[in-house]
Each structure stands twice: as C-alpha cells, then as structure tokens.
Design a protein around this ligand. Structure first.
Ligand code: ZN
Ligand code: ZN
Ligand code: FE
Length: 752
C-alpha cells in the first residue's frame, strides 16, 4: 500500500509500467487510503520493481509511506489496473495544481496536433488538481470536469495504461472539453470567433481584462503601457502596492531583474510561483508597476492560456489577483462580473469551474535559500511533514494574511492563502476554507487552536465552534513554533519573533520579542524597548507619527526642534499637541514592534510620511541599499525590574539623525541601520544564552521577509556560535502562524 500524493498524478500507469518491465503479475487499485498494489513474481524482480518505483516517481507524486505484506501466491501472470473501491480511511493526499508540462506544450504548439493551441491541454503530469475538486477520491466524477463527457479519442487515452493521459482526470480536447469566451463589462458575450485574438487586441488598446486562471481571476494589463497600469491602479484603489507581472520567458526576465540560479530554478519550477527579484533599471515596463520597492514580483506563464496570450504578443503583462480591496480572489464568472464591476473592461472566461480559491504563491531567495512568503497555488495542499505524530487539530490562524492548518498524524496541511479577515467576503472564504480543509484531510478535529487576541475574527469563530476544545496561542509563540515545526526540531530554543504587532500578554502590542520557547510554552526573556504608537492604527498608516515618538524617546523634550530640522511633521500639525498625545498615551498603545521601528526610521530619513500598504516604508528602507556593509550604530541592552532584557535603540536613532544632518547618503544610513539591528539580535541572544546555555535560535515574523535583515541576522548569530533556524516552506509572516498554533495545541493535547 502506497500513501501520500499517489492519485491523479499518473501513479497507476507508472506502477503498471514498472510491473510489466519486471515481469510481475498482479494489480494496482486506488483506494481512499492510498494505492493498493499486489505483485507476484521472483524476489529479485519484486526488489527491482520497488527500487524502480522509488527512483523514477512521476513528477507530481510524493510517497509518504509504503506498507508491505507477504500474501499467498495465486500464480497470476498478468498485471491489471482495477477500478477504485471505496473502502478504507482517507490517507490520500490531493496534489496541488501545477504548470503545463513540456510534453503538453510541445503538442500545444504543434499545428498538426489535435490539441494545437487548445487552452485546456493537460496530462497526468500537469494541470489543475486541487482547484477543480468537489469531493474525494480524486476521480473525474468528483471534479468540475464531470460535466464534460469524454469524446471517444479522449476516452481511449484515459483508458490506455501506457498513455500519458491514462486517468488524467481533467483530460480534454477541443471536441469535448471546456471553451474560452470573452465577455463585455455587463457579462454579455462579445461576438468573435477568436476570443484570444480579441483579448490580445483589447490589451494592446490599454484595456483592463479580468482573466480566469487556475485558482482564480487575474486582472491584466499590458505592463509596457503606463496609462493602462495607472488605470488599473486607480480603479482598484491600489495606489502604490507592487503589481505582479507575468513575463513570456526567462531571457526577458533577465532584462528587467538580476537573477541568480536559485531564483531561476524557482521561476521555472512546476509550482510557478511569483518570485521576488532585484530590479534593474529598465524601460521595458511602466515605472508604475512597482514604484519605490527594491523588487519585481515575477512569474512565468503557467497555463496554456497564458502562453497563448503572451506568445508573440507581449513581453510582460501585469497579472494581479482579481479582487476589490481586502476581498478574496474571484473564481466564478458571475462573481467576477459583479465584483469587478468598474475595474475590468472585459472578461476572458471559460466554462471549467474553479472550485477552490487559490492565489499565486510568492517566494524569494535569501542567503541562497528559498523563503516562501505566500504559500498557495502549486504548494497547497501538499502537507508539511513533521517530526512526530499529533492528535487531530484545526488551527484558525491570525487576523491578517490568514491561513488555516489541520494536523493529521505527522502531517500539517495548510490551507490556501485567505488574506485579511476584514470583509464579509473574506470571512465567507474563511468558512469555505474550513470545510475544504476538513474534506481534503477527511478529518473533523475536536481541538481548535486560535490566536490569543480576543477581537480577531478567527478567535471568535473558534469560540463559536464550542463545545470543541479551544486552545489560545500567543502570536509570537506561534511564530517561533511554526519555524521549529518546519525545521523538525523540538525542545527549547531562543526565538526571535520580529513583526509589526501582535497581541501581547501584558496588554501591549508585541513585535520585537526574544523568547525562550518550546512546543508547549514560552518565557519572554527580552524585547525591544516599548515606544508609544501615537494614534494607534493611524501611526501605522502615517509613520511620521512613529518618527516623532522615536525622536521623543531619544531626545526627550528637545525632540520638536530635531523633528523640525528633519521636516518630519506635516505642515498644519502642531508638535505640542503630538507631544501631549505621546506623553499621555492618548489613544496610543505601547509597542515593541520591530516593524514599527523600521517604519519610524524610514520616516526619520524622509522616505515617506504616509504609507498606502503595510510594510511599505520598511520595504523602501531596504530598497535604499546597494552596499553590502556599513558601520554599526550604538544600542544598549538593559534589564527591567523583572530581569527582562530591554533592547534600547535610542543611540542608533541619535546616530541616524547625526548622519542625516551630515548629509550621509540614505544607502549608507540604511545598510548601517540594518546591520545594527542584526548585531543587536546577536547581542541579545548572547545575553539570554549566558543564562540558560541555549545555543539554538529560531527566526520568525514578517520582518524576516527583509532579505538584508535576514541575511545579516543569520551571519551575526552564526558568528556568535548559534545554530540558526529559518523558514523555508512556510511563511515567516502571519501566513505561517496557523502551523505554529496547530503544533502547540497538538503538543499540549499530547502532554495532557
Ligand atoms: Zn502535461
Ligand atoms: Zn476529447
Ligand atoms: Fe506576526
């Protein structure tokens, strides 16, 4: 019996071929708990069969377990594939959706092939999986392809064990499969015999198109057309946040960005994620695509339709998730037409339904290693293998960048990216996703984990699910255990949880935390010195307020004069009033958030007073850097009354101000600041380690998406003799929180 990702990935024909090659009799059959194989033959032939299976696995298959058993021989000489049976517990993992394969592309571009330019070409090695699933087992009848009866030719491919399309559930051709259509703003079909050519012409005219993809719609414009990009931005109310782009080929990618071999590998991988690559100065695309930030988010085409649109037509297309602000990505044609009203001019749609929302995944390379920033299409629902088994747990994640996680045995299944739970649509998607996760894992956990924040929507959902057992997990503890879990380590570590803000146990907004943590608990041994966040949420949108607060804590009452010299306070705003707000903490919480410190430093340096998306100021601060080293600014480590280590950056703030007034370049100041923070991490870890002897450090939290900070922190900590664990398969940001919550709750249940 084989379990893992073994269905819908060409596993049975593969087994069939291996059995025939090794002269074995027997059968192969799909079961809900895996693929059952019975073989009969000489011992050495069976051994060679097994090693062949392990060696030559189809690209999408992933065996997590093989259990073998000797049985009576029946002198079976033939090998057969028998239809599925419905017994057994679910142990089959659903495969993720992947990019069209090279074999299919060859047919796709061959004018003599019957699937020439057919946008739904696929085979057992490629195409949609998770996003077309209605229920399991993964059979055509349980997918959104069930309404397309196979034509005789497709049927014979489907039934032929040696065909590449044997049991390719989404198999289709122009005769029997889904079709493309183009709709106008109102959702009425545009009269054309060639919808693709029509779409290309509209794009060339600068129109905004909504295009149905694999896991949802994209909004698409010609990236070279400045006006079109600006039109899309203003209609989507997305002033500056970078837009993802799809580039026709690797050569063109190299014209707009610096590419290393690891990034090249990720770009061309089966998953085809968006890869963040360092910008080059270019006039190929509009400057409005990603203003101010150091990276482009780039992907290569991954569906046959993308190839048709780009090939010989465009070098670069903007391809951003089709949604209104804070709403989830659109999946159905009708939903797109209503929800994208006023944004899209035309809709390029088809009649293969998307049943599971799945945004594009985002990855970057730091220190030569992959770091996933959003884990969705191409990766979900492939599980993360854990070091040990856990009781079933459902974790509901945080409020922003929400994902969910189900623990089953020694696997953690993370949901697709859900996003910020701020709108009714996002909250519906959240519920949809719970149902999906239970379905694909075939489990209904009696233990629910959630954030400690009482006002989070996910926390409220957890409480409403009672009488199940609810375990609340502190945000930064979850970050650290998420990192530990994917690195398969347990026991105590020094955890550096660095993010914007999360609910702290003392009522303040934490986010620059030095914890000693294990899978069941943590102690807060240190943190970034608290500073006032003047106006709370307002300060997050207007970092100049944070700058004022930082200056006040560095200069005391002399701060307004410094702020005036640096021109930090917008005209018409009274610094005396702000001083009062900070002094008396009027609507102004205390925070230790490192992300907020970065925002404030960016504002002190004059990079921006206001931001239009979370993390923008910090990204621009990173974007100033084009050196690899600078100097270190001073910082102090003190201990508070309880013995907690307090990291005080006032010295660094004063040095930054001196450097600005001296006229030092932003580049130099920024790299020095990043290096100072990294060095302060190592200094704090040393203090903590001196108490308890712990030599392992886990890094987590959204701040470690900052490549320069991450690379320098790892280097400083390793130089100080620590073993450093980072995220790789799960986001360091809040997208990874659910995994940490789940493992903490699972560990607590195991211990009780
Ligand atoms: Zn294929
Ligand atoms: Zn057909
Ligand atoms: Fe966080």
């Amino acid at each position: 019996m084989f379990s893992g990702i073994v269905q819908g990935v060409g596993f049975r024909p593969f087994i069939y071929r291996q059995a025939i090659q090794n002269k074995l009799g027997g059968f192969v059959r799909n079961r809900p708990d895996g693929v059952l194989v019975e073989v009969e033959g000489a011992t050495w032939d069976i051994d060679s069969f097994l090693s062949g299976v392990r060696r030559d696995l189809p690209p999408l298959a992933d065996i997590t377990n093989i259990s073998a058993l000797d049985i009576e021989t029946t002198h079976d000489k033939v090998f057969r594939i028998i239809p599925s049976d419905a017994r057994g517990d679910g142990d089959v993992h659903i495969a993720p959706d992947v990019a069209v394969c090279a074999d299919c592309l060859k047919e796709f571009f061959n004018p003599l092939d019957r699937r020439y330019q057919y946008p739904f070409i696929n085979c057992t090695n490629c195409g949609p999986r998770l996003t077309i699933i209605k229920s399991i087992p993964y059979d055509r009848i349980n997918t959104s392809m069930s309404c397309f009866p196979l034509c005789p030719q497709c049927q014979s491919e489907y039934e032929n064990p040696v065909d590449r399309r044997f049991h390719a559930e989404p198999n289709a051709c122009p005769v029997c499969g889904p079709r493309i259509q183009i709709l106008d703003q109102e959702g009425n079909p545009v009269d054309t015999t060639d919808p693709i050519a029509a779409a290309v012409n509209k794009l060339k005219d600068g129109k905004v198109l909504a295009i149905k993809g694999l896991g949802g719609f994209h909004l698409c414009v010609d990236a070279a057309n400045n006006e079109a990009v600006e039109r899309l931005r203003s209609r989507k109310f997305r002033e500056e946040k970078p837009l993802a782009i799809m580039i026709s080929n690797l050569e063109t990618v190299k014209l707009i960005g610096q590419l290393n071999s690891e990034e090249e590998k990720l770009l061309t991988s089966l998953q085809r994620p968006i890869v963040l690559i360092k910008k080059k100065i270019t006039n190929i695309i509009s400057r409005q695509v990603a203003p101010g930030v150091p990276h482009f988010g780039v992907m290569l085409p991954y569906t046959p339709l993308h190839y048709l649109l780009l090939e010989n037509n465009f070098a670069v297309l903007v391809m951003t998730s089709a949604n209104q602000i804070d709403e989830p990505i659109c999946i159905s044609n009708r939903e797109a037409v209503t929800r994208l009203k006023g944004i899209a001019d035309y809709f390029l749609v088809h009649n293969r339904n998307i049943l599971v929302r799945c945004d594009d995944s985002i990855v970057m390379v730091a220190g030569g290693k992959q770091q996933i920033l959003r884990r969705s299409r191409g990766f979900v629902p492939r599980p993360i293998a854990l070091a040990e088994s856990f009781p079933a747990v459902l974790a509901l994640g945080p409020q922003l960048k929400a994902t969910q996680c189900i623990l089953k045995d020694n696997f953690a299944f993370l949901s697709p990216h859900i996003g910020d739970l701020e709108t009714p649509q996002a909250r519906d998607f959240f519920s949809e996703s719970i149902t999906l996760m239970k379905k694909i894992t075939e489990s209904d956990p009696a233990v629910i984990a959630c954030d400690a924040h009482p006002a989070y929507y996910s926390t409220q959902v957890a409480e409403a699910l009672a009488p199940v057992k609810v375990i609340r997990v502190q945000h930064h503890h979850a970050h650290i255990v998420s990192c530990m879990a994917e690195n398969r380590i347990s026991g105590e570590v020094i955890g550096l949880a660095m993010d914007g803000t999360g609910y702290g146990l003392d009522g303040n907004a934490w986010g620059g935390e030095f914890l000693v943590a294990n899978e069941t608990g943590f102690r807060r041994l240190g943190h970034l010195k608290y500073f006032v966040l003047p106006g709370g949420q307002k300060a997050i949108q207007e970092p100049w307020r944070i700058a004022a607060s930082l200056l006040k804590s560095a200069y005391g009452n002399a701060w307004p004069e410094i702020a005036a010299r640096l021109d930090i306070i917008p005209s018409g705003f009274d610094s005396k009033l702000l001083d009062k707000i900070i002094e008396n903490k009027i609507n102004s919480p205390l925070t230790s958030g490192l992300g907020r410190l970065f925002d404030g430093v960016a504002a002190i340096m004059g990079l921006r007073r206001k931001v239009s998306f979370e993390g923008q100021a910090a990204m621009e601060l990173e974007g100033c850097i084009n050196e690899t080293s600078g100097t270190t600014f001073p910082f102090e480590i003190k201990r508070d009354a309880e013995g907690c280590f307090i990291l005080d950056m006032s010295g660094a703030i004063r040095s930054i101000v001196d450097e600005i007034l001296k006229g030092t370049s932003k580049n130099e100041i920024s790299i020095s600041f990043h290096m100072t923070v990294a060095r302060s991490f190592a200094a704090m870890a040393k203090e903590i380690s001196a108490i308890n002897g712990i030599k392992r450090v886990a890094l987590s939290g959204g701040c470690f998406q900052n490549r320069i900070l991450l690379e320098n922190s790892v280097a400083e900590l390793e130089n100080a003799g620590f073993t450093v664990y980072c995220h790789k398969h799960v986001p360091a940001n809040d997208g990874g929180i659910a995994l940490g919550q789940a493992v903490i709750a699972g560990s607590i249940m195991k211990g009780s």
